[in-house]
Design a protein around this ligand. Structure first.
Ligand SMILES: Cc1cc2nc3c(=O)[nH]c(=O)nc-3n(C[C@H](O)[C@H](O)[C@H](O)COP(=O)(O)OP(=O)(O)OC[C@H]3O[C@@H](n4cnc5c(N)ncnc54)[C@H](O)[C@@H]3O)c2cc1C
Length: 293
């Protein structure tokens, strides 16, 4: 773990947390399947009895824990008949957190002006004040310089994140998940180029000419790659009516033996916070199932 100026960063990137969990699971005899999308949670007589993978394989279990988004769990993985109308309606209406589309860049050489995590690049006050009502709420496409950027350079402190002599830079923005007049897929490249051009002009002179590879990760792309509805950064919005008793509970209220965890449950989103959710959910499960050790 690297710590600098209040930020904590796992050496080797976020994937090292997943690898550490994989190692611990292996030590306890667990079997982890990667690239195995679940198509359905099997429910018999009101109880979750296992999962069916997209490849058709069925895995039976006494208990099913879903770490997927609550909308994925309730509206996709469960059949409609397993779900009371009130739950279906409330799950589908809970708003997601804001998406943070970003441009991931691989730089040909290290740039002195690029520092660690995070640099925050703000527009002029008036533009920023108008951002939510002028752009976000109306679903209008906002090009820089109307919004703000968080720029992060993981390879600054962790050289394993980029080839020798090179650098990676991620520039995170905020933009509406659903656009009124555009499709994200149609404008992703053009939007990313405008981000790079803006960052070159304002914060990182020479950036444009130094970009070797680029990946535009729009809200739609996040939905596809991460199964993250609307690309919501922290799963469900972390507002008063989406927290505490209003957030999906660890123990499903409508399907026995089904548990939920992750950033759509309490306490909410971000890596350290979802770990609390994991601990709370497993404690509840051990309480409900004392014979599972
Ligand atoms: C771009 C971005 C940057 C972020 N940066 C930070 C940061 O710097 N620090 C921080 O603390 N937090 C950050 N966050 C937030 C943080 O990543 C999330 O809050 C956290 O990862 C949520 O963990 P989770 O386990 O609940 O969900 P996820 O990490 O989303 O894990 C859920 C998993 O379930 C899988 N899944 C879904 N449906 C199925 C299915 N049907 N079958 C099989 N698998 C399925 C998904 O593919 C996914 O791998 C960031 C989020 C984003 C989007």
């Amino acid at each position: 773990m690297i710590r600098e100026d209040g930020f904590f960063y796992p050496s080797g990137g976020m994937i090292s947390i997943a690898r550490a969990l994989q190692k611990i699971m292996g030590e306890y005899g667990g079997d982890l399947r990667l690239d195995s999308p679940v198509e359905k949670i099997i429910v018999e007589g009101g109880k979750a009895t296992g999962v069916r993978l997209e490849n058709g394989e069925e895995i039976t279990a006494r208990v099913v824990i879903s770490n997927a988004h609550s909308r994925e769990t309730y509206l996709k993985l469960l059949d409609a008949e397993s779900l009371p109308y009130a739950i279906r309606r409330s799950v589908s209406r809970q708003p997601n957190s804001i998406p943070v589309p970003y441009v991931a860049m691989g730089l040909k050489v290290k740039m002195d002006c690029v520092r660690s995590h995070f640099s925050i690049i703000l527009p002029e006050r008036k533009q920023f004040d108008n951002f939510w009502n002028e752009f976000y709420d109306k679903g209008l496409l906002n090009y820089p310089p109307d919004g703000m950027f968080f720029a992060s350079c993981p390879s600054f402190e962790d050289p394993t994140m980029a080839p020798e002599g090179k650098q990676v830079l991620d520039a995170f923005y905020i933009a509406s998940p659903k656009l009124k007049y555009h499709q994200w897929d149609d404008i992703s490249e053009e939007w990313s180029m405008s981000c790079i051009e803006f960052l070159d002009r304002t914060a990182f002179p020479g950036l444009g000419a130094n970009v070797e590879v680029m990946d535009s990760v729009t809200p739609v792309e996040m939905e596809r790659r991460l199964r993250l509805p609307e690309g919501g950064f922290f799963g469900l919005e972390m507002s008063f009516t989406n927290l505490g008793p209003f957030r999906p509970s660890y123990r499903s209220p409508c399907v026995d033996n089904l548990y939920l965890t992750g950033h759509t449950t309490n306490p909410g989103g971000s890596v350290p916070i979802v770990m609390i959710s994991g601990i709370a959910c497993s404690s509840l499960l051990l309480n409900d199932w004392p014979d599972i050790s």
